[in-house]
Write a new protein. Structure first.
Lengths: 251, 331, 286
């Protein structure tokens, strides 16, 4: 078994009497593509918020590689290589796509506070940003403000922003949310083509996509991991069927 | 369709084009010399405008670029004004060092308060800027042994600049001095907003939540820009103290904070020239209508604010840019 | 002991006044997150309604009070429906600019119509004078003020707790999306709440004339105090506004009495300290 890229130990979180995470144990090996599935309200996004530091867990630890990052601030975790995308587009509406990704590149390189040299003189940062955008087929539209981009392009820009930080672990919160089904396959193909050095945990509702792209699947129900296994194991699991029969009409 | 493996020069050129000086900018700065030759009787007003423009530029940096709404920016203006006035009163009237010391003092207050500012947004942030501004105003009012309280600071004595240029009745020296400082700070600000740091500030304005998720230390950025903005406001305050030899509580007042906000919004926030254009229009209009009751002036300012919010959301410069864009869109 | 009790009582009465003028702002802010700096203008409107009805038409003070409430409430709905509504989703800056612009216009308009001098009113004789209890003097008017404010508070809290409309307001403040999902017409609830809050501000403004005086700058001067109370108390919380208003009223009155050289320093300090300690205010949830 390969080394763990990201793991959690006994993560707990509750809002008042509502328990949203209960003893979460996740082990994501380096280079793997894991899917996190579960009915609405199971606490999947909350789990990402906990791992990326946007929420503080009540108990438990988060370990990135060999380091305990439980006490780090969100931006410090990103610096260490733990990066997420958002389910609802969380972009910079009036920045062009090129500016947004260049911003992320500059911040990664620790140049975000440089205030004397003009941006165009950071030629390699701009080229890197452009290369990322081009690899996601956003090169032609990179000079347009984000709010003018088509919805699917904005979803790709979400990923481009995450890639610009050179992540070791990428947490994708429904990357294809709102994208027509025929395009979501393309989007996941782009994700599948990511470097094998990046480990990915993605939340997704479309089971075809999940079974096609995930090497392993975690099923979350009511704030706890119900079961974990290969796609074949999950497909055969009676408990998962029960959970999903109840909410099958959600698609 | 797949992206062609084209050269990467294009995106860089695109960004470079935004940084280049536009011919209109050069025309604008040449035009700032016009008062010397064409309106010499308005030189004092011109110097007031240059100082207000500097103050507006400092607010625009945090408001227009980093999205921090402040209702108490006069705190730093007043801090600079009182510092400049006080050191001259106590025997050191050399203007340039006075300017620097005053800017430093304002920056110190800015740095100290930036730790508070960086942690909050929305109403809490607005209230904190307002509260800190009012607190300084009341402090200056109470410490009348030092500040002269409501009577203003007495006994300011500024030496000639470089020991040569004294402040004349017409305002030649005052306008030259203010204009030079404004221009230098403008050039520095222009560099700043076109730097990676400037891009990060716009990122904070556009989406403060996303910034940490791309690894950006937003709080530290906000602290930096808030301190820089305080230094600039302090420079403006020091200039007004030095060129008019008076400092009153008005320099710290809520009205001053509100006026500068109006100037920035009128001209167009986040546009570098917005605050400058806004302060020109604001102060020229106030000068032209100085005959009318100040209460009625307030009515027109209020109406202006309502109109700008409803019809010109990006100020005058934003409106012009939109006009140009619409024209280009037509065949 | 006498002066201390009297100062405390004066401070409490002042706090009650502040509660009346600011409670509406707290609820509407909590519900729509709309930064309405024009709230003080509605308080001022109520005050000038009372002044006009008394001095021009010879009405008695008490008879004018309902009209101060109604006119301020109706005027506020007119503004809410036309100018404020489009801005609920706008930036803080736009909300601040529009509403402060309206305050400026109101201040100037009042100066134009009524002049800039302080407006005199003659409250009826039975509200004048003092009652002496245990060596401390209590102004009759302030006792009246406290009674009115407490009555209003009881009505508000009872209304909020026990009526259907109150439940709708609570639901809307608590979670607007959920409230809409439950079929509550949040926009209409908000319009009524807005009218009620502004009406109370108008009533408070009318009651304030005798205590703090009235001129055209009222809307600006008391705007800041109202905002302080709202942010200290916490958005959307009636009990928070009540506690904050008492704290600010007492500390301001006592501060001016015992430390006159501090001026208004104390209340700003109280506000900043509370916000640093609890950014959402004493009773705020967000």
């Amino acid at each position: 078994m390969s080394a763990l890229a990201l793991s959690t130990r006994g993560l707990d979180k509750s809002f008042g009497s509502l328990v949203v995470a209960r003893g979460i144990e996740i082990n994501l090996p380096a280079g793997e593509r894991y899917a996190l599935i579960g009915p609405n309200g199971a606490g999947k996004t909350t789990l990402i918020n906990l791992m990326t530091g946007m929420l503080r867990p009540d108990a438990g630890r988060i370990i990135l590689g060999d380091d305990d990052i439980t006490g780090l601030k969100p931006h410090e975790r990103v610096k260490r290589g733990l990066v997420r995308t958002f389910q609802i587009n969380t972009l910079f509406p009036r920045l062009t796509a090129l500016e947004a990704v260049t911003l992320a590149v500059c911040e990664r390189r620790g140049e975000g506070a440089d205030w004397w040299r003009n941006l165009p003189s950071y030629r390699d940062a701009i080229e890197e940003a452009y290369a990322i955008l081009a690899s996601l087929r956003l090169g032609d539209d990179c000079e347009r403000p984000t709010h003018e981009l088509a919805y699917g392009q904005q979803r790709l820009l979400e990923i481009a922003l995450a890639l610009a930080t050179k992540p070791k672990v990428l947490l994708l919160d429904e990357p294809a949310a709102g994208v027509p089904q025929e395009e979501s396959g393309e989007l996941f193909a782009a994700i599948a083509n990511l470097s094998q050095e990046i480990s990915v945990l993605f939340i997704e509702h479309d089971m075809n996509i999940v079974f096609r792209f995930a090497s392993r699947i975690l099923v979350m129900v009511a704030g706890a991991i119900l079961v974990e296994g290969t796609p074949a194991e999950i497909a055969a699991d009676q408990r998962v069927r029960e959970v999903y029969l109840g909410s099958a009409h959600h698609g | 369709m797949a992206a062609p493996p084209e050269t990467n020069i294009r995106p860089q050129q695109f960004l470079a084009a935004q940084v280049r000086w536009h011919p209109l900018e050069i025309v604008f700065w040449v035009a700032t010399l016009a008062p010397f030759y064409f309106f010499p009787s308005y030189l004092s007003l011109a110097s007031q405008i240059a100082i207000a423009a500097l103050f507006a530029l400092s607010l625009d940096l945090i408001l227009g670029y980093a999205g921090i709404v402040s209702l108490g920016h006069a705190a730093f203006f007043g801090m600079g004004a009182y510092t400049a006035g006080l050191i001259s009163k106590f025997g050191w009237g050399e203007p340039l060092t006075g300017l620097i010391i005053a800017a430093f003092a304002a920056g110190l207050v800015g740095y100290a308060t930036s730790f508070i500012i960086a942690k909050f947004r929305h109403l809490t942030l607005i209230m904190l800027t307002l509260g800190i501004g009012l607190l300084l105003y009341e402090a200056a009012n109470s410490a009348s042994w030092l500040t002269g309280g409501a009577d203003g600071l007495q006994g300011i004595d500024i030496w000639p600049i470089f020991n040569t240029f004294d402040y004349d009745l017409w305002g030649y020296t005052a306008y030259t001095y203010s204009l030079v400082v404004l221009f230098l700070v403008f050039v520095a600000t222009r560099r700043l907003i076109h730097s990676p740091f400037g891009l990060s500030l716009r990122g904070i304005r556009e989406n403060a939540v996303r910034m940490p998720a791309i690894g950006a230390p937003s709080e530290s950025h906000i602290r930096t820009v808030y301190t820089i903005s305080a230094v600039m406001a302090g420079l403006a305050g020091a200039l007004i103290a030095q060129t008019t030899s008076t400092v009153s509580l008005e320099a710290l007042s809520f009205e001053r904070s509100a006026d500068v906000l109006v100037m920035v919004v009128l001209g167009g926030a986040g546009r570098l020239y917005g605050g400058i254009i806004g302060s020109i229009i604001f102060l020229v209009a106030r000068d032209q209508f100085s005959g009318i009751n100040p209460q009625y002036w307030l009515f027109w300012i209020g109406l202006l604010l309502v109109m700008v919010v409803m019809f010109l959301p990006n100020g005058i410069l934003g409106g012009l840019a939109r006009l140009k864009w619409l024209q280009r869109g037509k065949p | 002991m006498g002066p201390f009790v009297a100062v405390m009582f004066d401070g409490f009465a002042y706090g009650m006044l502040l509660f009346l003028v600011s409670v509406g702002l707290s609820v509407t802010l909590g519900m729509m997150n709309f930064v309405n700096l024009a709230h003080g203008a509605f308080a001022m409107l109520g005050a000038y309604v009372t002044v006009t009805l008394m001095n021009t038409y010879g009405w008695s003070f008490l008879a004018t009070l309902p009209f101060a409430f109604i006119v301020a409430g109706l005027a506020s709905v007119a503004f809410e429906q036309t100018l404020f509504r489009p801005l609920y989703r706008a930036s803080d800056l736009d909300q601040v600019l529009l509403t402060i612009g309206l305050v400026f216009m109101a201040v100037a308009a009042v100066a134009y119509v009524f002049g800039t001098e302080s407006q005199p009113i003659h409250i009826p004789d039975y509200l004048r004078g003092f009652i002496t209890i245990g060596g401390a003097n209590f102004a009759v008017y302030r006792i009246f003020l406290v009674s009115v404010a407490l009555l209003v508070s009881v009505l508000l809290i009872a209304g909020l707790e026990f009526t259907r409309f109150g439940a709708q307001i609570r639901a809307s403040v608590d979670n607007q999306r959920m409230a809409r999902g439950l079929g509550i017409n949040v926009d209409r609830v908000f319009a009524y709440t807005f009218a009620l809050g502004s009406g109370l501000a108008g009533l408070g403004g009318a009651l304030a004339i005798e205590v703090v005086g009235l001129d055209h700058s009222f809307a600006l001067i008391y705007l800041i105090v109202m905002l302080i109370i709202v942010s200290v108390g916490g958005l959307g919380s009636i009990s928070g506004s009540f506690v904050a208003a008492v704290v600010i009223g007492v500390s301001d009155t006592a501060g001016k009495y015992y430390f006159p050289y501090l001026g208004a320093f104390l209340i700003y300090l109280v506000m900043i300290a509370v916000l640093l300690w609890r950014p959402a205010g004493l009773f705020g949830k967000r």
